[in-house]
Design a protein around this ligand. Structure first.
Ligand code: SAH
Length: 288
């Protein structure tokens, strides 16, 4: 197998095809072989799994996924990588590379067509300029058992944050609504070429099979969450009144009391079931 993480191998390979890194495409290629090995190993792939990889680059993680999963489908935006991937992963018969933008794919359809009855998972060293849109698309697709990704460490910490901490945010709740996150390990900047400015981390999101909360309207739930975090350091009552002008301050106050919450409660301390209760109360008020 071509040792793609070895810079003595990588550099001549890139030179051979006149490849130059694109900052705009978020290209930071792994140069430490333990990283893709550990990502694939800890993601729990086996011969019952079909895995979607986003942004294979020159294929270090792709190789490790192909060795473990039954089938790998990799979506890559930059078709200058085609001849390089041919050399590094061309011999894997369980690999299919699709050329295009992951954000323009119909993910549930792709998963169904590529993996059939296999257990679908997603695994990637993500392009960091579109971390949130990709993660949102993967979770909203509601078809993966687990999503294991490398992201900026601060994003990983935010995804796994607990209520009441500085890192707890609307994005935390979005992710934890669909999945249970587990931080796996950190990856220092020197493990990449070119080196990113930040430390990275690998995180697994295990998708919830059944959502453990009753939410009457998901739209309203996420609107409630956004309204609560739009005005950090303000009380939830003010946040709700600003996010839902139709409620007014009195309506917001009534809703908090209906949910058994103190008047001066702050949104950033609430759990998902508490946000569910608030959004359900708003829903009932709108749909009596
Ligand atoms: N997995 C490789 C490369 C990671 S860099 C490694 O770990 O070494 C991120 C990769 O995502 C690059 O190959 C980049 O071209 C690709 N990429 C960037 N934007 C993309 C998009 N919108 N859809 C699919 N791939 C994308």
């Amino acid at each position: 197998m071509v040792e793609v993480c070895n810079t003595q191998v990588m550099k001549p390979l890139l030179e051979k095809y006149g490849f130059h890194f694109s900052k705009a495409k978020g290209q930071n290629f792994l140069t430490a072989s333990w990283v893709p090995e550990q990502i694939a190993e800890q993601s729990g792939m086996d011969q019952t799994v079909g895995v979607l990889e986003i942004g294979p680059g020159i294929g270090p993680l792709t190789q490790q996924l192909c060795l473990r999963a039954k089938k790998v489908c990799a979506v890559e935006l930059d078709n200058r990588l085609e001849p390089i991937l041919k050399e590094t992963v061309g011999s894997f018969e369980n690999l299919n590379i699709l050329w295009g933008d992951i954000l323009k794919q119909d993910i549930p359809k792709l998963v169904y067509e590529q993996f059939g009855a296999l257990r679908p998972m997603a695994c990637a060293n993500l392009p960091y300029y579109i971390t949130s849109p990709i993660l949102s698309a993967l979770l909203e697709a509601k078809c993966f058992e687990a999503v294991t990704v490398m992201v900026q460490k601060e994003v990983a910490v935010r995804i796994a944050a607990k209520p009441g901490t500085a890192d707890y945010s609307a994005f935390t709740i979005f992710c934890q609504y669909y999945a249970e996150p587990e931080l796996l390990f950190d990856v220092p900047a020197h493990c990449f070429m070119p080196q990113p400015k930040v430390t990275s981390a690998v995180i697994t999101l295990r998708t919830r099979k059944e959502l453990p909360w009753d939410v009457l309207s998901e739209d309203l739930f996420f609107r409630t969450v956004r309204a609560s975090f739009a005005m950090r350091r303000k009380t939830l009552q003010n946040g709700l009144a600003a996010g839902f002008p139709e409620l007014g301050k009195e309506g917001a106050k009534a809703i908090l009391s209906e949910c058994g919450l103190p008047e001066n409660v702050r949104g950033e301390t609430l759990s998902i079931p508490q946000f569910a209760a608030i959004s359900n109360a708003i829903y009932r008020r709108k749909n009596p």
